[in-house]
Design a protein. Structure first.
Length: 102
C-alpha cells in the first residue's frame, strides 16, 4: 500500500519543489494549498463526523511532527547553544516569569 502512495508522493514533492524553486514564502502557500486540496478531495462530502475526523488527523500529524522532528531539534540546539532555562523545570507555570534568554 505505502509503495504506491510513496511513488505518487515523490512525484508531488518534485512538482512542489519545481513550482516554488527555492522560494520559502511561496512554499508556505503551496504547502497550505496542497494539504487543503488533498483533504477536500479525499473528504468531498461535508458532515460533522468527517470534519471531526479531519481535525483529529491533523492534530495527530501536528503532535507526531512535534514529537518526532521539533523536540529532537530543540534538544540538539539546547545542547549546542545552552539551554535558555537554567533548570529545565523552571517555567512560567511554576515561577510566574520567564528567564532572560538573551
Amino acid at each position: 500500500m505505502r509503495q504506491g502512495i510513496d511513488a505518487k508522493l515523490d512525484q508531488l514533492v518534485e512538482t512542489v519543489n519545481q513550482t516554488v524553486d527555492g522560494d520559502e514564502n511561496l512554499l508556505k502557500g503551496v504547502m497550505n494549498y496542497t494539504i487543503t486540496t488533498l483533504i477536500n478531495k479525499v473528504y468531498p462530502v461535508d458532515s460533522y463526523s468527517k470534519f471531526n475526523d479531519i481535525m483529529g488527523i491533523l492534530k495527530g500529524v501536528d503532535f507526531e511532527f512535534y514529537r518526532r522532528r521539533v523536540v529532537p531539534y530543540e534538544k540538539q540546539k539546547a545542547f549546542e547553544n545552552g539551554d535558555c532555562y537554567p533548570n529545565p523545570i523552571e517555567t512560567e507555570v511554576n515561577t510566574g516569569k520567564l528567564p532572560n534568554c538573551s
